[in-house]
Design a protein around this ligand. Structure first.
Ligand SMILES: *[C@@H]1O[C@H](CO)[C@@H](O)[C@H](O)[C@H]1NC(C)=O
Ligand SMILES: *[C@@H]1O[C@H](CO)[C@@H](O)[C@H](O)[C@H]1NC(C)=O
Length: 412
């Protein structure tokens, strides 16, 4: 219960006027309630300890309230529906919904004049393959970089399962990369990238791999940008999974839920994943690609001890081969395939079950000779970049966003 210490008035900003006394009392009482929820690790060195606590506590409260009442995936669908905003242009960016290859996309076209052809970002949003896209990141990217942004409204779980999500984003990207389409939007074919966060980072990594081997695609990606991506579902007991097991925003059990729902609602897969016994012995060779004992730097291994995999039933993998498929788990690609990838940006956060996925991919890409910029944010948590607007704006979210945009500006 160590966070209670952090809730003492000392942390509320030092000198507090006397007339604020009752407010302070309320705050302290509220804090005790909050502390009940927020016992899990919070970035100690976060600039905005308090805001982070409030946000994470809200997440936890919602999770606890709803989990008992509704099917979790219904809640997710509901949140997605509430979150939806109609396309709305502003003074900087023209925003419209359209379809590429029968998949809905939201287009962000800057109003600013451009000297020549523009850059373009094909963006895949996160949210466990089951939530609707959010608007702000794409809008901000388009305006700041004076770039065309295509945000893909891929079909969602649990109604649609793997590989539908992948196929949607892949066919949109392929459609957009046609020279006739690029020129229609005034895009420079030498300056197009894919990017995504979380489940969207997973899709971006998979799309970049697939494109590099697709003889039909003539336009090559300039870069890929992966923001706290999910990249494998082979080992769900990596050190980052263990350390952030009860993270309020993305716990281990929620992550397993997202992963298993990506493939099926069959409980037997979820249960096997929870106990990390879902990979059959026939696939044991794949563990070399997610072997954290070799692929993590010492400071992340800490005192974790590597345990060899425990294997599960072959039937499960035959029924749901998706979890061993590169299009769902890009970290399982061999080195020969990695060597074909473009320059890469990877963001990982310390307080994130998915941290080690990104760290290991960065390491493997570097070893394959790909130029990689790997930013590791020690004070950040999964999804931090979603917190960039009122009332949940966090300095840490802004900082990560600025860094990512700066990298795109220099490299795209
Ligand atoms: C798009 O969907 C419509 C109706 O479902 C279908 O008739 C059409 O062939 C599809 N077009 C493409 C390009 O897939
Ligand atoms: C993982 O790496 C460790 C250390 O190099 C090695 O002892 C172990 O056999 C490896 N396990 C697998 C499954 O590749």
């Amino acid at each position: 219960f160590s966070s209670v210490r952090a809730l003492s008035p000392v942390d509320l900003g030092g000198a507090v006027p006397v007339d604020m006394g009752s407010k302070l009392l309320c705050l302290v009482l509220a804090s005790i309630v909050l502390a009940y929820y927020v016992y899990s690790p919070i970035p100690e060195d976060s600039e905005e300890h308090w805001k982070v606590m409030l946000i994470t506590a809200t997440f936890k409260t919602f999770r606890n309230l709803y989990l008992g009442l509704m099917h979790y995936m219904d809640v997710v669908t509901l949140i997605g529906t509430m979150q939806y905003v109609a396309p709305m242009s502003d003074e900087n960016v023209i925003v419209t919904d359209t379809e590429f290859n029968n998949v809905t996309v939201r287009l962000y076209l800057p109003r600013k004049a451009s000297d020549g052809l523009r850059r373009a970002v094909v963006y895949f949003h996160g949210g466990g393959w089951c939530m609707k896209p959010y608007d702000l990141l794409a809008r901000w990217t388009s305006n700041t970089l004076n770039a065309v942004v295509v945000s893909v409204n891929y079909r969602l779980a649990p109604k649609y399962r793997f590989p539908i999500q992948f196929e949607d984003v892949y066919s949109v990207t392929k459609f957009f990369l046609q020279s006739s389409v690029l020129s229609q939007y005034g895009v420079d074919p030498d300056r197009v990238c894919v990017a995504g966060d979380s489940a969207g980072g997973n899709l971006a990594a998979a799309v970049a791999q697939q494109l590099s081997e697709d003889p039909e695609v003539k336009t090559k990606l300039k870069v890929q940008a992966l923001l706290y991506p999910a990249l494998q579902v082979l080992d769900l007991n990596l050190p980052s999974y263990q350390e952030n097991e009860n993270d309020p925003i993305l716990s281990r059990s929620l992550t397993v839920r997202f992963w298993s729902e990506y493939f099926t609602s069959d409980l037997s897969l979820r249960e096997a994943m929870i106990s990390n016994r879902h990979v059959p012995v026939e696939s044991s060779h794949l563990f070399q690609f997610v072997n954290w004992s070799n692929l993590l730097p010492e400071e992340m291994k800490k005192d974790h001890i590597y345990i060899s995999p425990t294997y599960g039933s072959s039937k499960l993998a035959q029924k749901y081969p998706g979890f061993l498929d590169l299009r769902a788990a890009p970290l399982l690609a061999g080195d020969a395939q990695l060597r074909k990838l473009p320059r890469t940006y990877i963001l990982t956060c310390e307080h994130d079950v998915l941290r080690d996925d990104g760290v290991m991919y960065a390491r493997r890409l570097q070893a394959a000779g790909i130029p990689v910029t790997h930013d590791h944010a020690k004070d950040a948590f999964h999804g931090a970049m979603a917190f960039i607007s009122f009332p949940t704006e966090l300095a840490v979210g802004r900082r990560l966003l600025n860094r990512y945009i700066e990298w795109l500006n220099e490299n795209l």
